[in-house]
Design a protein around this ligand. Sequence first.
Ligand code: ADP
Length: 615
Amino acid sequence: MKVYRRLLIYLKPYGVHIVPFFVFTLIGVFFSIFQFALIIPLLNFLFDSHSAAEMQRYAIMPEFSLSGGYFKDLFYYEVYHLKSMKPVYALYFIAGIIVSSVILTNLFRYLAQRSLVNARTLLVKRLREAIFEKMNRLHMGYFTKEHKGDLLSRMNSDVFEIEAVASNSLEVLFKEPYVMIGYFIALFVISAKLTLFTLLVIPISAIGIAMVTKRLKKEAQDMQTSIGRLLTIIDETLMGMRIIRAFNATDFTLKRFSRENDFYRKASLHGFKRRELAPAFSEVAGVTVVAGILIYGGSMILQNQGVNASGLQAPSFIAFIAIFSQVMRPAKAMVVALANIQRGEASAHRILEILDTPILVDDRPDAIELTSFNEVVEFKNVSFGYSDTPVLKNISFTLEKGKTLALVGPSGVGKSTIADLMPRFYDVSSGSISIDGKDIREFTMESLRSQMSFVTQDIILFNDSIFNNIALGKPDATEQDVMNAAKIANAHDFIVQTENGYQTNIGDRGIRLSGGQRQRLSIARAVFKNPAILILDEATSALDTESEKYVQEALENLMSGRTTLVIAHRLSTIKEADEILILQDGEVVERGSHFELIEIEESIYRKLTLMQKIA
Ligand code: ADP
């Protein structure tokens, strides 16, 4: 329950919606009890069971007072008055009152629901927003550890699960206890003895139900994590459809999917079996008690007959059983709700897990704005590891304004990691990175990142127009600015040839464009941002010579006049770099310009250039 209390915080300023819910519910409960209590006068009337003294009392209009007795007397006065005109009138009257109270019961029930819906939809909206916002603030390392499918399922099916709990179970738990208390008061008024007897049912069924619902939470947890894995498989399959087909891996994928799907089915099957057991159990327990009441109450009536007219009478006994049968409904609803709440708790946990994940890379409270880059970026003895194993060891270098620094080394040596440290996708483990002499952790991340642009190997494009893909994150961009950027990136010509020019939608991840076109769009995006510092993870994917020429030109345009950190794969592109760092085992092993390094007889760089036939 503690987890739910935490989720309810999201309702805070809107908690007032709950007040009308309680008011309407109370009124509704009153009328629903009233409608069953009306059975007593109906039966009394039909069986003519009133004594002569009572009949005398009902013959005159009672004097007004705010008491149950007054309304009862008034009711009988009306009934007998009508009966004296024509007996069926009295029946019309009683039936009319029953129908009116049913209408009122349902009207107030509806009003109560309506006021709850407000709070419920708000809770769900805010919860989703909170998760999404948190996801946008979490450090990058989080996303390599967590499965994408799992995150999607937390955002989706877990939130749905909470919505279901909020819409049904919470309502039931807020409302039904009143209903039950109301019914029990009515029962108590009719017969205290019998009511005490029925109370026995509560501890017995509570124990049974607790046993049944105990494991529900674990099963629900299994189900939700399984959904996460299913989503991961679906996502991977959709993304890798071409490869799956080309490698005839369809069977493999199907098997993987079906194994997971089977697991899900089993988990949900166990859950269902258990959940369905709970209401069945409570119903059997309830009916057994009704049988007990029949025996106990019935014998009370048999004893009373003719001996003690003020004891329990048949009409009251029938009303008692009718009302008691109604107690079963909220009791059953509460059992089901408790079972669902157990299930929902698993989801609540999974959601809170995201919300509680500490943000490892965040702005300091006293962070300042980085307004401009004027002199130098400096890495000083930087070490870093994603886990305990160090990836970078004691890396030091400086990158002066307007210069180009190239990182060269075998795959996995940590080049991209160095690039990721500059915009603080991760924070260094030791050492420091500074801009113009100030540690980058002193700046707000937004201002730090606004000074940088990325062109990465895996080009991230969104299913949106070309315009929006270039002007990413800047909705107020002008057509002219976007067009200028596209021209510098050698992209304008192909863009205007597309169906709707800059407004053409490029499909999922830019699927409707060629590799070279996608690259030029991502370059245009970097140009448009007009950053002081450029981080370039040079593409390895082979392009045809024509495309490559365009892309190369675009890159040169982009780099000119900027400070660039380039991760180089083809040495031909970095001949012009001011400094080249050769990395090995997470360390810088050689540094210098192309011509300096090539002069060194045994240099790794020289060997690499010979391999790539660049002299
Ligand atoms: P490069 O760019 O030189 O190919 P990377 O910087 O991508 O190398 O990777 C350096 C090392 O860090 C590799 O051993 C890689 O396995 C590891 N690595 C990269 N990214 C992550 C990550 N998100 N979580 C854990 N390890 C990672």
